[in-house]
Design a protein around this ligand. Structure first.
Ligand SMILES: [Zn+2]
Ligand SMILES: [Zn+2]
Length: 346
């Protein structure tokens, strides 16, 4: 049996013919297995969806009750037989509920990791290393220049600035699903216990995280606060709102942006960011390459992002490697996920 008999790349996403399903399909299909709730991976309109309970809940929050014909929740570590294939989900460490999908048949294991990071995150289960024959990896930050560094040091920079400018408000642009909640949790971990404010578009997802037992402390909607009260406070908002009229409600705001791209000065400038915070929910170059080696895979398939460098690196290590060229996966570290609220197009 060849790996392609288990999973085969198609323009709609990776397909398991044996099991009759697609993983993170970019177009509606009969059966989908979904790695995580980000809108480019989790789309509405499939017949049946298999995913973790959290991913199903997040899809329901965004797309409404009827986002799929039917759904089935599966726990991490639990296996399911689909056709001739065994499917098991393992934590991907990317956002709440995110999973790597291991597909096995005839003693051959292929792991589709979705988006992942091998860095601790107080808001989701840690990445689990799954030994496999073929590893499908993302490559959002697949260039050696990308080193994300220590997220706690970035939060320390933020809190230092808050202490330095008690008369100013700090506005942090962050992706609505995962990043915003992680930043809040990291701020709490650093010992900051004051009220944190939220842009309204982040409320549902943040409340969901809290309902799942993620401790985010006191979080309130910013629309309920008066301008003067916002001096010396921190507010999380979608990055696009940093440049908008909306930000004028804040006293002399310090604009921050939490993203792996903040390593690149030009990107920070483009977003008019005063205080860039290099915090990413994706593995950096070191994380990607270390993970590939640790899986023991002899073959690597690379998807969305800087595919070429990682394919080249794998080949120099004697691994078989190919880019998947699937169109439709985005880059949530760059955008803000505002278009993903219920009622809007996926
Ligand atoms: Zn993602
Ligand atoms: Zn992705």
């Amino acid at each position: 049996m060849r790996p392609e008999d288990i999973l085969i790349p198609t323009p709609n996403g990776v397909c398991c013919k044996l099991g009759g399903f697609h993983i993170d399909p970019t177009r509606p299909v009969d059966k989908a297995v979904i790695t995580h709730g980000h809108s480019d991976h989790a789309r509405a309109g499939h017949g049946a969806v298999l995913a973790t309970q959290e991913t199903l809940d997040l899809m329901r929050l965004r797309y409404g009750e009827n986002f799929a014909g039917s759904t089935q929740a599966i726990k991490y570590g639990e296996s399911l037989s689909l056709g001739g294939a065994k499917v098991t989900l393992h934590p991907a460490g990317h956002v709440l509920g995110s999973a790597q999908i291991a597909v096995e048949a005839n003693g051959l294991r292929v792991v589709a990791s979705g988006d992942y990071k091998n860095v601790s995150d107080p808001t989701c289960a840690p990445f689990e290393l799954v030994p496999c024959d073929v590893f499908i990896t993302e490559a959002t930050f697949g260039l050696p220049v990308f080193r994300h560094g220590d997220p706690d040091a970035e939060i320390a920079k933020l809190l230092h600035s808050v202490a330095l400018f008690p008369e100013r408000a700090h506005l942090i642009g962050a992706y609505s699903l995962g990043k915003a909640q992680r930043v809040i949790a990291l701020i709490r971990k650093a010992g900051h216990d004051k009220q944190i404010y939220l842009h309204g578009s982040m409320e549902k997802i943040t409340r969901y995280y809290q309902n799942r037992g993620i401790d985010l402390g006191a979080v309130e909607l910013v629309r309920e606060a008066k301008k003067a009260e916002l001096a010396g406070t921190i507010t999380l908002c979608p990055p696009s709102t940093l440049k908008e009229l909306w930000s004028r409600r804040f006293p002399d705001p310090v604009t921050c942006f939490a993203s792996g791209w903040m390593r690149v000065r030009a990107r920070a400038r483009k977003h008019l960011v005063e205080l860039p915070l290099v915090i990413s929910d994706h593995a950096d170059w070191e994380g990607l390459t270390a993970t590939i080696v640790a899986t023991g895979a002899s073959e690597v398939w690379v998807t969305h992002g800087q595919e070429d460098a990682l394919v080249h690196w794998s080949a120099t290590r004697g691994l078989r490697a190919r880019p998947l060229d699937i169109v439709g996966y985005g880059d949530e570290d760059e955008t803000d996920g505002v278009a993903e609220n219920p009622g809007e197009a996926p």
